[in-house]
Design a protein around this ligand. Structure first.
Ligand SMILES: C[S@@+](CC[C@H](N)C(=O)[O-])C[C@H]1O[C@@H](n2cnc3c(N)ncnc32)[C@H](O)[C@@H]1O
Length: 440
């Protein structure tokens, strides 16, 4: 494995096989100290990751095209090599000789696939010569457990648009520490200000090399992910509990807005990232490592932000491995956990205080339906509709119940946004802070 770019392609092959054949989440593989990316130079790592993401995003179209040239695709590394070459040829404009040569080398380097190098050579050449005419960049279809509830909620047209948005990928969004500084940073960062205040870079970049990174002037956060924390009215000076806080995008927003934040999370490694993010941005929060279901606060707080664990199906643009690593069985325990976390969160809200509940899911079962169920069992809770003008969003992003719903097919001309649901709840003034409901 010596030709330029081959280590990156070999790492991409290993990543793709781990996702598609073994259901490993890509994030775990890329973070692992001994994972496929270990030992690669920064540029090679970036190349391996972008090739992996592009291949997963287009896997449906890639396999359809390969089927035209090969009725029964080979298994193992030979198949992965052909998939990678097809990505490079059809979506990245890599010169045919480089893509074909790499596919052959990757196949040869694998003991069990070595005998298929000739076949890979022949098929990759045909993809290079004839593929463009037959290539249909039809987006990958979502699995039924995601597609069905999406179609039921918003219709077949919305589902198709969401699948197209997944294939298109996602830009790089940044949230500024100083919300008023967008015009100062947009030039140096080659990023456009969005109506919500986020800065958006269309072209990928090595984040830590961008201007303002070292001084903590901004952090990476999808434009939709930056909305839930902004639902809280007047956070300055208020005590806010961020109950599922790590790695801290929303903690940073709350702290930057002047709130006195307690950031709690169950995961110590993720809290380490939150600590690093606070240090880089010069922002402060009290950090608590605890299970939100078992933790008792010293006193009620003015507001709680609950960014609950969920299927993450709103972030498939950024995580195209998700449909391959998440299972329908994942949903019921997550929904049960979301209910218990909501009850635990509510037990910390002072009378007259607020709760924002959000999830980065496309499934109403993890958003709209959780809020409706919570309101029906919690008579001292009321949902408040946020003001779209203050958030810089179209009014149609607020649903009839007053919930904020974003979808990847929104703002297609601007590059889309992740799928989120967020609800702002207020506790009645005369509520008595109840004993914890969520124990047991
Ligand atoms: C969606 S992520 C939070 C993202 C974060 N709010 C941000 O903006 O960067 C959900 C978090 O919930 C945490 N979590 C899961 N179960 C928890 C529990 N029982 N108690 C506290 N945190 C929990 C996970 O460790 C994870 O960091």
């Amino acid at each position: 494995v010596t030709a330029p770019g081959l280590p990156a392609r070999a790492a991409a092959a290993a990543l793709i096989e781990s996702v598609l054949d073994r259901g490993c989440p890509l994030g775990e593989l890329t973070d692992a100290a001994d994972g496929p990316l270990s030992g690669l130079a920064t540029a090679e790592r970036a190349r391996a990751q972008s090739l992996t993401l592009a291949t997963l995003r287009h896997i449906g179209a890639i396999d359809r095209l390969l089927k035209r040239f090969l009725a029964r695709p080979p298994q193992g590394r030979a198949r992965t090599a052909l998939r990678l070459a097809t990505t490079e040829l059809m979506t990245e404009g890599v010169p045919p000789h480089a893509a074909v040569d790499s596919a052959v080398r990757l196949t040869r380097a694998d003991r069990r696939s070595r005998h298929l190098a000739g076949l890979v050579n022949a098929v990759a050449r045909r993809v290079a010569a004839e593929g463009a005419a037959a290539w249909q960049a039809a987006p990958a279809r979502l699995p039924a457990w995601i597609a069905d509830p999406v179609r039921t909620a918003w219709g077949a047209g919305a589902l198709a648009a969401i699948e197209r948005a997944h294939a298109a990928g996602a830009p790089l969004d940044l949230t500024l520490r100083d919300a008023a500084a967008a015009s100062r940073w947009s030039g140096p960062l080659a990023a456009e200000p969005l109506p919500t205040g986020s800065l958006r870079r269309r072209s990928p970049a090595q984040v830590s090399a961008l201007p303002g990174y070292a001084e903590g002037a901004w952090w990476v956060q999808d434009a939709a992910a930056a909305l839930p924390a902004r639902l809280l009215p007047d956070p300055a000076g208020r005590r806010v509990l961020d109950l599922c806080a790590a790695p801290g995008g929303k903690t940073l927003q709350l702290a930057a807005a002047g709130a006195r934040v307690t950031a709690l999370d169950i995961s110590t490694p993720r809290l380490e990232r939150l600590r690093t993010n606070l240090a880089r941005t010069g922002l402060a929060a009290e950090i608590v490592a605890a299970d939100a279901l078992a933790w008792s606060a010293a006193a009620p707080v003015d507001a709680v932000l609950l960014d609950a664990p969920c299927t993450g199906t709103g972030t498939i643009r950024r995580h195209p491995d998700l449909p391959f690593v998440r299972r329908p069985d994942d949903l019921p325990p997550l929904v049960a956990l979301q209910d218990r976390l909501l009850d635990a969160a509510w037990s910390h809200v002072a009378p007259g205080g607020h709760l924002v509940f959000c999830t980065c899911s496309l499934l109403p079962a993890e958003g709209e339906e959780r809020v409706a169920a919570f309101l029906s069992r919690c008579p001292d809770a009321r949902q408040l509709a946020p003001d779209p003008a203050r958030l810089g969003i179209p009014p149609v992003w607020i649903d009839a119940a007053g919930g904020l719903r974003t979808r990847p097919d929104f703002w297609p001309e601007l590059g889309g946004v992740d799928g989120f649901h967020a609800a702002l709840l207020v506790r009645s003034e005369d509520a008595v802070v109840t004993a914890r409901r969520s124990r047991g």
